[in-house]
Design a protein around this ligand. Structure first.
Ligand code: PLP
Length: 368
């Protein structure tokens, strides 16, 4: 990404050759600005939920001499319940995996199944190729259409040609906000099954979308793995909880490559409380969706082109000057959005109404 420099490693440091050109993932963390750059949920954890978390803490703290439940059984069964209720399905504990953020889930899956390489369709979530490289998984970069939709025919033939162990599809996609229809995901699942490959559907923003979740495909296509996170819709990014919904055999593979006791007892307890309060936490999703639609209309009104979004952020273009210069000017005005490295585009996360107003006022000076 712009501004990031390659690291010159000292000769004595035997970094693996294929990693020597990589730079650590990182959106700028700048203090004292309105941060609309990492797709976090702007709502604080409600006081009632904080109170319940505090009640659960003494028991957790006095037992910190013990390792946590290595397989996080209670948490996984509650995650199954959440998914079953929200998608009308019947998953059991053995269909769920949980870890420190969905990024750790992705790493665990790549360690297990990355032997034949991983394919993704760009632009998409930049962490997928990064984890691939870090785990020694060959990364194959497919493309999207110019409107950022998936080119289904090209994707299907690429899967058949390359025969990747893992194929990634992010929907709603980050950084574009665009959705892939469930019928197209089913075609991808078929194509992956035909080459004995897994389709990983990254649904980090699913709760902000109207599209049917790909969990509905798992009973028919056991090679479909749906990855979710509590970081976005649940306003729980700081706690680091992600999970996967998959066939039992896939969860068994994750058990092989996970680190023992990877999910701390504190994380498990906090996540259980958050799930018990899911209605309260998810109530904010509707507010974010209507703010997203409002900000999108406002941007269009002043002349920007906004990519239709099913997530909690907007990708937009139409800057009279270089997009990166505009990004810098906004930072100087105290508004931090994201330059995702797509020429001519910037991405803004939907914040609280007052933060969105501040962003709209600042960006108006850079209208087309
Ligand atoms: C934010 C995001 C994630 C992950 O986050 P965690 O905080 O690690 O759960 C995963 N995938 C996509 C596409 C994201 O945007």
């Amino acid at each position: 990404m712009s501004g990031d420099k390659k690291i010159s490693w000292p000769a004595w440091l035997p970094i693996r050759t294929e990693l020597s050109d990589l730079i650590p993932y990182g959106a700028p963390q700048i203090t004292g600005v309105t941060a609309l750059n990492t797709n976090e949920n702007p709502f604080k954890v409600p006081a009632v939920v904080v109170g319940k978390m505090l009640e659960s803490l003494p028991q957790v703290l006095e037992n910190l001499n013990r390792y946590p439940d290595r397989d996080a059984v209670e948490l996984r069964s509650k995650l199954a319940q959440y998914i079953n209720t929200s998608t009308n399905s019947k998953f059991l504990v053995n269909n769920i995996w949980a870890a420190n953020g969905s990024n750790e889930i992705l790493q665990t899956l790549m360690l297990a199944c990355g032997g034949r390489g991983a394919l993704g369709f760009l632009p998409s979530y930049s962490v997928h190729p990064l984890i691939a490289k870090a785990t020694g998984t060959k990364w194959i970069a497919g493309e999207r259409k110019s409107d950022f939709g998936l080119d289904l025919d090209s994707a299907l033939s690429q899967i058949a040609d390359v025969k990747p162990g893992l194929t990634f599809i992010t929907t709603p996609n980050n950084p574009t906000g665009t959705c892939t229809a469930i019928a197209d995901i089913e075609r991808l699942a078929q194509a992956c099954l035909a080459i004995n490959g897994v389709l990983i559907v990254d649904e980090a923003y699913q709760e902000f979308s109207d599209e049917i979740s790909a969990v509905s495909l798992i009973s028919k296509y056991p090679n479909v793995v749906v990855v979710r996170t509590m970081s976005k819709a649940f306003a729980f990014a700081g706690a680091r909880v992600g999970y996967a919904i998959a066939d039992e055999a896939m969860i068994s593979a994750a058990l092989v490559t996970r680190l023992p006791y990877h999910l701390s007892s504190a994380t498990q307890a906090l996540a259980l409380t958050a799930l018990a309060c899911s209605e309260l936490l998810l109530a904010e999703v509707d507010a974010l969706i209507s703010e997203r639609n409002r900000v999108s209309k406002e941007l269009e009104k002043i002349g920007f082109i906004v990519i239709p979004s099913s997530a909690n952020f907007l990708l937009f273009s139409g800057f009279p000057n270089d997009a990166h210069q505009t990004w810098k000017a906004l930072v100087a005005e105290g508004v931090l959005i994201r330059d995702v490295g797509l020429p001519g585009y910037l991405r803004v996360t939907i914040g609280l109404p007052a933060e969105n107003e501040q962003f709209l006022a600042a960006i108006a000076a850079h209208r087309p």
